[in-house]
Design a protein around this ligand. Structure first.
Ligand SMILES: [Zn+2]
Length: 190
């Protein structure tokens, strides 16, 4: 084991002992306190664990006399050696809350990405319509395009069709923007 790893573990152990001692000081016999499934997200680090450190997530615990105290998420582990049953429920609530937060963040990001795709698409479409008109004007009476124009059109057409198959929205946005520039350049518009 590397020395810095050992030092870190030793420090974590010492921190943990410090928390445990502080919990005993604050609660008396911590094993008598129980969790009744009340957890709060305060939204910032402005609350305090019974052991003294700043916390964001509060787990309310009750003494047999009905007194309440607050535990922070990092002290769940420390509390588990006194009351493993309550600690297990706290851990479960904490994990499912975090899952929910993660899912909400993901949905928010998806929504933002979708909006960006829509924006890039709406900027591309009129340019692409102009581009197609520009290409059509180059056709000979029998419908043929000069080779270089045909090549330019084929590339834009092929890339445009590819966009809807991209899985990542960020790639779609990038491609719409690239293609908008490409069509403008092909028409000699800046
Ligand atoms: Zn604590």
């Amino acid at each position: 084991m590397k020395l810095d790893t050992m030092e870190r573990i030793a420090e974590e152990k010492e921190q943990s002992l410090h928390h445990v001692q502080a919990l005993i000081n604050a609660l008396g016999d911590p094993s008598k306190w129980e969790y009744r499934d009340e957890m709060n997200d305060t939204g910032s680090m402005n609350s305090r664990c019974a052991c003294g450190h700043s916390i964001r997530y509060e787990f309310i615990i009750y003494s047999p006399e009905g007194k309440t105290a607050i535990l922070g998420s990092t002290c769940i582990e420390n509390f588990s050696q006194f009351n493993p049953e309550s600690a297990a429920r706290m851990k479960k609530d904490y994990e499912s809350f975090m899952e929910k937060v993660k899912a909400e963040l993901k949905a928010q990001k998806e929504k933002l990405a979708s909006d960006e795709v829509e924006k890039a698409k709406s900027e591309f479409e009129p340019v692409y319509a102009e581009f197609k008109k520009y290409i059509d004007a180059k056709r000979s009476p029998n419908g043929y395009l000069p080779y270089d124009v045909y090549h330019t059109y084929n590339y834009a057409f092929y890339e445009h069709n590819k966009i809807k198959n991209f899985k990542r929205k960020i790639t779609m946005v990038k491609k719409y923007k690239e293609l908008t520039e490409y069509c403008k350049r092909a028409m000699g518009v800046n």
